[in-house]
Design a protein around this ligand. Sequence first.
Ligand SMILES: NC(=O)c1ccc[n+]([C@@H]2O[C@H](COP(=O)([O-])OP(=O)(O)OC[C@H]3O[C@@H](n4cnc5c(N)ncnc54)[C@H](OP(=O)(O)O)[C@@H]3O)[C@@H](O)[C@H]2O)c1
Length: 613
Amino acid sequence: MEDKVCIITGSNDGIGKETAKAMAKHMMKVIMACRNMEKCEAAAKEVRAASKNDDVVCMKLDLNSLQSVREFVQNFKAMNLPLNYLINNAGIWTGTHSTTEDGFETMFGVNHLGHFLLTNLLLDKLEASTNPRIVVVASRSHARANLNINNLSVSAKEYSSTPDYGRSKLCNVMFAYELQRRLDAKGSKIVVNSLHPGVVHTNLFNTFPMLDKVVFPLASLFMTKATESAEASEALALGTAPHLQGVKGKYFSVKDQVESSAFSKKVDIQRQLWEKSCEMINKLLYRINIKDKKGGNDGIGKATAKVIAKQPIKLIIACRNIDKAADAVKEIKEYSNNDDVQCLKLDLGSFQSIREFVESYKQLNIGNVDYLINNAGVYFSDTVLTSDGFESMFGINHLGHFLLTNLLLPLMSDDARIVMVSSLAHQRASLNFDDKHFPPKNNGFVGYGQSKLCNILMANELQRKLDERGSSIVVNSLHPGTVHTSFLKGLKIIDRFLWPIFSRFLTKVEDSGNAVANLALGELLIYKDKKAIYFDLTKPSKSNTFSQQPKNSKELWLKSSALVQCSPEITLNSTTGADVTTTTITIPTTISTTTTTTVSTDSSSPTTPNTTL
Ligand SMILES: NC(=O)c1ccc[n+]([C@@H]2O[C@H](COP(=O)([O-])OP(=O)(O)OC[C@H]3O[C@@H](n4cnc5c(N)ncnc54)[C@H](OP(=O)(O)O)[C@@H]3O)[C@@H](O)[C@H]2O)c1
């Protein structure tokens, strides 16, 4: 097993340390993923001596911090090793309420959420290895618990030590089931099982003096030994025992396969737990505080650009007013410490300008576009018609982005991501494709709603075309919240008086920026499954009925390609043989190893106000 690699979380003590010894005996590389490096080194020494295997490595992982989880994955991936076994063993049972670095109740945050993120970020590594297997160390205490999906991370007032520990372990069991189902649906070879490791006298109970000092020492004869628990984890990890052949997505009590609680088997709750966990993590993907900006208001585009520029990404902000854009570039650079930010002129109200923008982009010779964020939008525009003669909201918000996207597709990496910033305002809109009514000429709210409906229809049809071509490019749309930006400056009464009064009910621009950036970069949307979805901020939501009818998306696509005079067939990178370097897209945690380019339109919150409704 010399070429095999195993990661065990929380392996410097208790069951985890014994599991490390058991796995190391198979002469594989064992990575002890622990929060306390000193303790971990001492334990590793013990593991090496007991297993006669020197290939035992300590790596820092503090599940109390999502950032630490990301850094661990980044460091592991930089080692270029395979990953065959992941044992999610670490666990904590607190005696009083506390929160993780990211503000979650500690047991929920460490036992479930940290492992949820860790596992998801390691799935690609596991998938690429032989016989990949995941073991989730849960507990029998899950059996008395249930979950309130809207209150997973309890407050100090609601906290109760034993029930909340049980809930965190119930999350472990349900996560294992849901993960296996999702992997199976994708045809993955990864096997996931969860287990109760027995009742073992470890440090887990050291916040409970009565159990720790009185009950357990007396009952020790009848309790499971850490070595027996370790053997159970080892067996589930290796999966070589005859009784484990073909067994996956199951729950074990030490070595025996048993039934977990009835609640844990509720498939709808398993799915909700998954989605809620994604949502909770995504909300915090980039812990930014845009308020420390200098100067004027951020529009959603600039807020998004700031979030994205915090990543090691080449960022291009595409704006029609180059002077304002230059100020925005300066501000984004200062904010993010990313020097790779530049602006290119793009006026979405002019087909000529869009074509010139794409040519300028090619001349930069910086490789593929990995993320395209179609953010620009106008409402009560100062210009009534675009230079090509279309009503400006339809022309800019839809047609401009339609042409831009089509022209950029041949320059996009095969697994690029496209985000259409739509709006809740699409909900009441529909389109009449009769020649008499198309292209639409409505100004005001009706026209705005229609243009935002077009964003969703375009996302749906583009995704269908991409899927048909076997491309991995993913397109999604979103309502970025209702934000007070310069967007409603045309409506002076609302802008000056009503908006400020209702401001506390509005979305904060940093939350919008986070949501848009997330849809582009977020690693936890399990983005290959989340295609052509309409989000309300970070939450998958329902767009209106009109937008859900494929014939409407198709019709809009055909009519739009005629209007911008491009082929209705999409052109992709591989089909054109475009002279661009191929970049490997990875999730943000490992993005530093890739050359990435983000095109964000209208990020300077200038003359063309950003979409906010
Ligand atoms: N013992 C039992 O009877 C029993 C029963 C059912 C289930 N379990 C489960 O078995 C697993 C192992 O528990 P154990 O009994 O061996 O307890 P333990 O001796 O206390 O070991 C727990 C391990 O988790 C680590 N850990 C805690 N918080 C962490 C964090 N934020 N980041 C990284 N690592 C962290 C600990 O690290 P430090 O050393 O730094 O604290 C330790 O290495 C846990 O998931 C537990 O819930 C145990």
